[in-house]
Design a binder for this molecule. Structure first.
Ligand SMILES: [Zn+2]
Length: 160
């Protein structure tokens, strides 16, 4: 029987420790770290209630901190490690940040048992918008493309 553990396990345990300690500090039970070249370069904990920010999920907080740490909005070469399965918001943030990989410990069903049901968001994205409880409509103005035209006309833009 081997006693070795993968680096993922160590980082997951760190994320879980952050999440558990965050509860005592008034935050939500979620923690995340961003790893590059085998080193934790940033950490994050859920800060939704203390900062009145519904987007301050642990993964988003960790991604923001990692970007500040590396001085880039891209996190190529990085792994996002979370105490719990990232919700659609955080998965999208991971995609925008271009991380190489995402790994998590608890899953969406574990989170739902604790009262954090992002399963309903996952299910929502699988349904036609006409069935959503949140009305989302396109209303064309005739000027819809103006921001994109301005963007494309700007030679010094930084694509992302
Ligand atoms: Zn999230």
């Amino acid at each position: 029987m081997t006693t070795s553990v993968s680096p993922d396990h160590a980082w997951l345990r760190e994320s879980i420790g952050l999440a558990t300690r965050n509860v005592a500090e008034g935050g939500g039970p979620f923690g995340a770290v961003v790893v590059r070249d085998g080193l934790v370069i940033a950490t994050g904990t859920n800060q939704v209630t203390p900062t009145l920010d519904p987007t301050a999920h642990a993964e988003v907080v960790a991604i923001r901190a990692a970007c500040q740490a590396v001085g880039d909005f891209r996190l190529n070469g990085c792994v996002l490690v979370s105490s719990c399965e990232p919700c659609p918001l955080c998965l999208s943030a991971a995609l925008w940040a271009r991380v190489d990989r995402v790994v998590y410990a608890a899953d969406r069903h574990d989170a739902a048992r604790a009262g954090f049901d992002d399963r309903e968001f996952y299910e929502l994205f699988g349904k036609p918008r006409e069935q959503w409880s949140l009305p989302v409509h396109q209303v064309s103005t005739g000027e819809d493309d103006a921001p994109f035209e301005a963007w494309l006309a700007r030679a010094d833009r930084v694509d992302y």
